[in-house]
Design a protein around this ligand. Structure first.
Ligand code: UDX
Length: 422
């Protein structure tokens, strides 16, 4: 099929390169000229396993191309995916102005009968709203919802092996065309109306964020009663109704989706007259979680952070990505510095963050540090020689906000250890 993807961010790029790998002819429209230049020469400006190979394959076999002009990219397409950012507004709701702008831009250039597919996470009711908008300019097209469930760090694998594909439209021909588009993928397909489809995306992210937060709250309680949260969550997870996924306690969830989508769902609920108290509680507990980690660091250095040096391992919001959007690590760095600590950070895939002092490597970050804080669960941190860390540090404390290290091994080296929930 002839496909267009507008927006070459994480979602658009993976979707575009993935669909090209399935044999479709994909044109990606992207406003950033430099990005188009880089991508056209096979350079992928984000770190995502296998994505560069996929992009180069697509460029090589001629099925994938990048365009500065959305109109040029969209002309003649049978399916046009909208994958542009929907950032958070001040009131928590998702801002769809970029989606609106793009649809306005390409609307009158779309081929008769084209499908306009909302891939970005958009407020409930958006498909209908944009359908009305396009009907208004006389475009004879169908707008439908096909939400994205890709996880950063495994987005390419997620594209080829989705848990499910959700198609939200009441238009039978549009649904059949979408099923055809994904026919090479072996996944259950949920066909529903657009509003329900939009709700599935929010529901899935809010539920997963709730699970993480439940694990964090349990870990906090385990600390208070003297239980080991890892064993508690392991014992709970063996119950097949519960399972093990998304129950790892840590510094709170972050990233480009969970914080934004949980707040957006609260805003959607409020607009609809429902008080989503449960989800409000989740957001509150999550905000509190980073404060609790800072309290551990403060306690580890004797009660005041002013004038101390904190080595910070990890800046990405989770391992496997170079993304620092809404990263708990950056939240921690801000709080620590606000209390007068000097923070020296290292992350294997994040080379610089504005105004943050960066170390050359993990060991270098710990030089003369009073305390080491582990904020991202990068596997390579487990291989750093902790004897050398001990010798490099001025202090003797490790706060492991991801429960990455073996507490016994740390303590045997004469270092103090504090994890989450144990
Ligand atoms: C998420 C959804 O999983 C994905 O389906 C959607 O398309 C986009 O949002 P992503 O943002 O890549 O994906 O991150 P995810 O792996 O879900 O993790 C979200 C946050 O929760 C991270 O900060 C992570 O560290 C945290 N988390 C996750 C935990 O603290 N503990 C866990 O057990 C799992």
């Amino acid at each position: 099929m002839r496909v267009t993807v507008i927006g070459a961010g994480y979602v658009g790029l993976v979707t575009g390169a993935g669909l090209a790998a399935l044999g479709h002819r994909v044109r990606v429209g992207e406003a950033d000229q430099e990005r188009v230049r880089q991508l056209s020469s096979g350079h992928v400006p984000i770190f995502e396993p296998d994505l560069d190979r996929l992009v180069r394959d697509g460029l090589g076999n001629g099925l994938l191309s990048f365009h500065r002009s959305n109109i040029e990219a969209a002309e003649g397409a049978e399916v046009v995916f909208i994958a542009v950012p929907t950032p958070e507004r001040d009131d928590g709701a998702a801002d769809v102005s970029i989606v609106e702008w793009v649809i306005g831009e390409v609307g009158s250039h779309l081929q008769e009968g084209a499908l306009v597919v909302l891939k970005s996470t958009v407020p409930v009711g958006s498909a209908k709203r944009f359908q009305d908008l396009l009907d208004g300019v006389g475009a004879n097209v169908v707008v439908l919802s096909n939400p994205e469930f890709l996880r950063e760090g495994s987005a390419v694998a997620d594209f080829f092996h989705p848990d499910r594909i959700v198609i939200g439209s009441k238009d039978q021909r549009a649904v059949e065309q979408m099923v055809q588009l994904y026919t090479a993928l072996d996944a259950p397909i949920v066909v529903t109306d657009a509003v329900s489809s939009e709700m599935i995306k929010y529901g899935a992210n809010a539920y997963l964020a709730t699970r993480v937060t439940f694990a964090n709250a349990m870990a906090n309680l385990c600390e208070a009663v003297g239980a080991d949260a890892r064993d508690v969550l392991l014992g709970m997870g063996y119950d097949r109704r519960i399972g093990f996924h998304f129950l790892n306690p840590g510094p709170g969830f972050g990233g480009s989706c969970f914080p934004k989508d949980t707040r957006a769902l609260v805003a959607i609920a409020e607009e609809s007259g429902y008080d989503f108290a449960l989800l409000k509680g989740v957001i509150e507990v999550n905000d509190e979680q980073a404060r609790r980690i800072v309290a551990k660091v403060r306690e580890a250095v004797g009660g005041t952070l002013d004038g101390t040096v904190v080595a910070l391992w990890g800046l990405a919001f989770k391992a496997g990505t170079d993304d620092t959007r809404d990263s708990p690590s950056l939240r921690l760095a801000d709080y620590l510095r606000a209390e007068g600590a000097r923070v020296r950070a290292y992350d294997p895939h994040v080379r610089s963050v504005p105004e943050l002092e960066m170390a050359a490597d993990a060991l270098d970050a710990t030089k003369a540090a009073d305390v080491l804080l582990i904020a991202t669960e990068w596997g390579e941190f487990q291989n750093v020689d902790l004897g050398e860390v001990r010798d490099a540090m001025r202090g003797d404390a490790i706060v492991d906000a991801r429960n990455l290290l073996d507490p016994g091994a740390v303590r045997r080296l004469g270092l103090r250890y504090s994890g989450v929930g144990r």
